[in-house]
Design a protein around this ligand. Sequence first.
Ligand code: HEM
Length: 214
Amino acid sequence: MAGKYAARSARAIMAVLAAGVALYSLRYSGVIVDSWLDVDPKIRAVITQVPIQALMHMLVAPVALLLGPLQFFPGIRAKYPQAHRWSGRVYVAACVVAGTGGLATSLYASGGPVAGFGFGILAVLWIGTTLGAWRAAVQRQFALHRLLMRFSYAMTFGAVTLRLQIPIGLALGFPSYSAMSVWLAYTSWIPNLIVVALYSMTQALRRPAAPATA
Ligand code: HEM
């Protein structure tokens, strides 16, 4: 009972944080009409260099961030299976489009090549894991689908963990986002993957073993 309550609370917190970051990212739509309100000057320079790729990433990734948490609520999934399927398809499409944009943008990352390399690996893993999760659902391998979608969203949620880590970086003495992004390009998503791996292992251990067949 307490475990169920904790899981539900964790999902709700995840959804609220994701919605906050996704809505805040909407400011990038102003760039289309040349409004740069609250856009970091170094990120502005990246967008100016590769506007299509950067905006394809910055405006589509929030869709994945927003939709993801809804997919994990078992109640919604059971009650509205058709909505789960359609929202899942939009999630996958958003990850592929935003991941491709992110990969192209990583070559121009404001934090330089080490940051770009971290974001680049993330983009490749994000696209691959999400497509693998989708394929597993189509093939009705639901245990694998659930596992891969957990990993996919752990990477999507990197957008939130990255922004939660910025104040920590500033407190540690980094002068700006771009200066700390050499670290953030790795610390924003690797711990999320570790948490999901540990959670999935404990879930697997808790599950009763299948009866042995002769
Ligand atoms: C999971 C795979 C992701 C990859 C590979 C990725 C990659 C990148 C890259 C390379 C940049 C440019 C950073 C720089 O120049 O320093 C960037 C910035 C940005 N990304 Fe992502 N990203 C991912 C996920 C997301 C998600 C899920 C969102 C949803 C909100 C998002 C929203 C943004 C925004 C708004 C920026 C502009 C910088 C900022 O406002 O902090 N990204 N991303």
